[in-house]
Design a protein around this ligand. Structure first.
Ligand SMILES: Nc1ncnc2c1ncn2[C@@H]1O[C@H](COP(=O)(O)OP(=O)(O)OP(=O)(O)O)[C@@H](O)[C@H]1O
Ligand SMILES: N[C@@H](CCO)C(=O)O
Length: 327
């Protein structure tokens, strides 16, 4: 999250009159994250998160996110619950933006994830996939293969300013991934689609909650696995850590076993996941709104990860044995 839209104390106090959340004691903008504007609120009833949905989020998708959090929480996933206002609705408007309040989750996200965290996220992701199985509302993934080309087009002219040769590198990879190789027959369901370490809270070594469902959608479950491989299983110097990957994949597989086809597709899905985050980061890097409290994320981290996945020949390179996860 970040703060793109400021809210004055009296506006916020007025907004809160719609809710049964008591009196506003204090609030502050949250600089972390890049997508939406977020505030931490302390009221006489406790702590809450207020989100003003910005840019990439379509208003028509908000009921999906809010209902999904409620569904997952009812099916054993620890995630924030949308707070309904006195009119029974969770979604309102503030400063011309759609706005919602969600419950505050205890825990901290791991700044330096270790293999135990990776195992925790593997188990948590698989549990989320199972819990989402009977969620009725559907939302297509706007940031799958068809969504990458417009991002590339928006950034291509200035890509080489970020790294010489980046434009051609991205163009060739996009041509490859959109040239008929992308899987279409793998098991699908609700995916988080952005389960990075800053979206998973831990208390000690134990996963205490999953946040930020603003990219959640219906897509291949193994694509979510590939996103996590990218987000959790590399070191700060961007080298791949097979111990973390094995811990992550084994823990996932103990709750929801990957099929052979899913395992075989992992290197390709990991390439897709890498270019997706490379492209969104590149667009954001080149378009920081003036005055916004946001620290854009490094796109080149994902260029290095993508090069690694291009060199992978099979899921064995991620620590998986051909017959499935090893104990
Ligand atoms: N329910 C919650 N409970 C506690 N803290 C929260 C909660 N939701 C958000 N936060 C805090 O706000 C920060 C940003 O939240 P979030 O990741 O949802 O924002 P975002 O703009 O969508 O970010 P991202 O860049 O990850 O997409 C989190 O790292 C966390 O510190
Ligand atoms: N998790 C994303 C940002 C939010 O989509 C990234 O690290 O690029």
């Amino acid at each position: 999250m970040a703060v793109y839209t400021d809210v004055a104390a009296d506006e916020l106090a007025d907004f809160l009159k719609q809710y049964d959340l008591g009196e506003l004691l204090s609030y502050k903008g949250i600089a972390e994250g890049v997508e939406n504007t977020n505030f931490l609120l302390h009221t006489s009833h406790g702590s809450f998160i207020l989100t003003l949905y910005e840019k990439r989020v379509a208003k028509s998708d908000l009921p999906f996110f809010l209902a999904l959090m409620t569904h997952l929480a009812e099916h054993g996933v620890t995630c924030p619950l949308p707070v309904k206002a006195k009119d029974g609705e969770a979604l309102h408007e503030l400063q011309g933006r759609p706005a919602a309040i969600i419950t505050f989750l205890e825990g901290i996200w791991p700044r330096k994830p270790n293999a135990v965290h990776c195992a925790g996220v593997g188990e948590g992701l698989a549990r989320m996939h199972l819990a989402g199985a009977n969620f009725a509302i559907k939302r297509a993934n706007a940031l799958s293969v068809a969504g990458w080309r417009p991002l590339f087009d928006a950034a291509a002219d200035r890509a080489d300013d970020v790294q010489p040769g980046l434009r051609a590198f991205l163009s060739a990879e996009l041509d490859y991934l959109s040239g008929g190789v992308w899987p279409t027959n793998l098991p699908e369901g609700v995916i988080h689609a952005d389960l990075f370490n800053d979206n998973v809270f831990f208390l000690g070594d134990k996963l205490s909650g999953i946040i930020d469902f603003t990219f959640a959608c219906n897509d291949m479950l193994a694509y979510d696995v590939a996103i996590c491989l990218n987000a959790w299983c590399f070191e700060p110097d961007h080298s791949f850590n097979v111990t973390k990957a094995r811990a992550f994949l084994n823990a996932y597989g103990r709750v929801r076993k990957l099929s052979e086809a899913e395992e075989a597709a992992l290197p390709l899905l990991a390439r897709g996941a890498a270019i997706r985050f490379l492209l969104t980061r590149l667009v954001d890097w080149l378009n920081v709104p003036p005055g916004a409290l946001v620290k854009p994320k490094d796109p080149l981290e994902y260029a290095r990860k993508l090069r690694f996945h291009q060199s992978v020949s099979s899921a064995r390179d991620y620590g998986l044995m051909p017959s499935g996860p090893v104990a």
